[in-house]
Design a protein around this ligand. Structure first.
Ligand SMILES: Cc1cc2nc3c(=O)[nH]c(=O)nc-3n(C[C@H](O)[C@H](O)[C@H](O)COP(=O)(O)O)c2cc1C
Length: 183
């Protein structure tokens, strides 16, 4: 796939199904993720790949979290519990903040966000689809501790991965003049 076509035509999938990428393909995807811009090469990004029984474990963690929320409705507990089953594979985006005199925390998070975009583009180039999700289960210390993250680590989001099920969303045609100014 042409590199610019990949950028211009990538779209997040509404619904995801099998097949998901092979480990060989995911190794390429993670290599791409680690080519994100990274001030001072602090390596703030890391990833947890979740499939199979890992999806069941994530579902248990999400349910456990839901049950800690005061006055939560049963339907919301079920929604959290079912969330990981929306795709055959998930990559959890983890950001590690390290003290640095020239690289503030925000820059380290921006680097991990850039790695997420590299993941989306690499998956698209390999013929798969994905969607980046956050919600209450991201930036969530309870879920982070259940995943054994360290105190300087945070979940920035979840990339749900698989093959697009159904038709893709139409890509919005935006007028660049509405978004770009010239000096
Ligand atoms: C940081 C971040 C968090 C997001 N969280 C969610 C989310 O929790 N749920 C959701 O449906 N879309 C979420 N999105 C949006 C989708 O990933 C996607 O970008 C959006 O549906 C637009 O589709 P497109 O990527 O094809 O333009 C998030 C996007 C970003 C960048």
């Amino acid at each position: 796939m042409n590199a610019l076509d990949n950028i211009l035509n990538r779209v997040s999938a509404r619904s995801l199904t099998e097949p998901h990428p092979t480990q060989e393909e995911m190794d390429i995807v993670f290599k791409g993720a680690l080519r994100a811009p990274d001030h001072a090469w602090l390596r703030p990004s890391s990833f947890i790949q979740v499939t199979g029984e890992g999806i069941d474990r994530l579902s248990e963690i999400f349910e456990e979290y839901a049950k800690t929320v005061p006055d939560i409705k049963d339907e919301i507990i079920t929604k959290y519990k079912n969330a990981p089953y929306r795709a055959p594979m998930i990559v959890i985006l983890v950001n590690s903040v390290n003290e640095h005199p020239k690289v503030p925390e925000i820059e380290q998070k921006l680097s991990t966000a850039a790695s997420a975009q590299n993941i989306l583009l690499s998956l698209n180039a390999l013929g798969y689809s994905a969607i980046w999700r956050t919600g209450k289960l991201a930036f969530n210390p309870f879920v982070a501790s259940k995943l054994n993250l360290k105190v300087n680590q945070e979940i920035l989001g979840y990339i749900y991965i698989g093959t697009a099920d159904g038709t893709n969303k139409k890509i919005p045609q935006l007028d660049i003049e509405d978004f770009v100014s010239y000096l």
